[in-house]
Design a protein around this ligand. Sequence first.
Ligand code: ADP
Ligand code: MG
Ligand code: ZN
Length: 477
Amino acid sequence: MEYEPVIGLEVHAQLKTNTKIFCGCSTAFGAPPNTHTCPVCLGMPGVLPVLNRTVVEYAVKMALATHCTINHVSEWARKNYFYPDLPKGYQISQYDRPLAERGYVDLDINEEGKRVNITRIHMEEDAGKLIHDESAPVSYVDLNRAGVPLIEIVSEPDMRSPEEGAAYLRRLHEILVYLEICDGNMEEGNFRCDANVSLRPKGEPAFGTRTELKNMNSFRNVQRALEYEIRRQQYVLESGGTVIQETRLWDDARGTTLPMRGKEEAHDYRYFPDPDLVPVTVADEWIDEIRRTLPELPREKRERFIREYEIPAYDAGVLTASRAIADYYEQVATRCGKPKAASNWVMGDILGHIKEDKVEMEDCPITAADLGNLVRLIDDGTISGKMAKDVFEEMWSSGEKPETVIKKRGLVQITDAGALEAVVDEVIAANPAQVEQFRGGKEKVFGFFVGQVMKKTKGQASPGLVNEILKRKLSGS
Ligand code: ADP
Ligand code: MG
Ligand code: ZN
């Protein structure tokens, strides 16, 4: 029997506001434990939460970017459970009436593409963190993260393979980072994903029983966990068993999922409206105002790059990986007027060096204008492509302008046909055997002649011109 996987993801994204969702404490990562806390986020009795307006603004941004319908009135609910990292004994979240519903994102996966529907986006507060002592049977609680704002983005069970799951996750991540509302660092836990997966016989309309996978801290591990879990469920079904609804933890070291809690132990969260907070109201005027601040999103940017600069889809994908790279590329392309050449320089040389030297795109030592000028200098024949590589290296290490480097090194290309003809004549005269071979039909020798001319001119001869002159002279005309 052939089985089809059904996958739905629940994504938590920490919003990068300066302060927490219901108090004025800092959200900065990495502070000494419990230094970013106050009576509100410590859950002291008698205190009242006050909503941070920026949280709503950011959540609305994400809702708009994913084509959701925004509810003009949404409600806060208490999600009750006991755990030491949750001082109040409940998490303030949204339940019946979330901020936004019914959106979608489109994935550029295979030819037809793929739309994944979003069920809802709601706001909530993060919990604290437990720190387990390796050397003693004790655990500590750090409440710096308690009250940091989150949005939860719940998808419909629309994905049909681990690749689609990973592609959807990447798309959400890309949008959040472009919107500059989330750092998207999976290792630091500010972008997290729980994956629900079930199998059904191919062609069967009803869904099978699902398991929920937790504890994957990279895109790759989400995909690996799904792949493993699909194999496991398939094995269970094929050996006549039934999949039980449960939560399973991904074990990175072993590459497997292990049961954490079953349906019987599933929480009854006893949700009810939070009496301490009034409903959130979002007026159309505010939504419009926020919509006007949305940047061009990655997918649209990609499509525009392909259309406007006529570069391959692959290039457009690489060049829109971040807003900083995209902005840089556009400036280079505009400056030199050679979009494909600009793309090659940015994708190869700039991104290569960025990676090698571990610098941020924002700190690139070569300005976009200077790189654009360098490309222009190749285009107008001032220097050859080969010289340009050396000039580039020096620009990268010194931050100097291309014109400065070229002048300093005396690198101007020899485009004087008369001067080059003299060099070509010398080379031909000095290598009669090779001339003989070439004329006898061994065309590979041509490269040898080009190399000799380049050597004599210290690489400064215009390659186009050298080819032309050599061809003419060697063929004996
Ligand atoms: P819960 O309230 O337990 O989190 P939801 O109904 O909200 O359950 O679903 C959570 C996630 O599980 C959603 O992303 C949804 O798409 C996905 N999901 C629901 N049913 C299935 C299923 N049978 N197979 C795979 N995923 C599913
Ligand atoms: Mg859930
Ligand atoms: Zn606080």
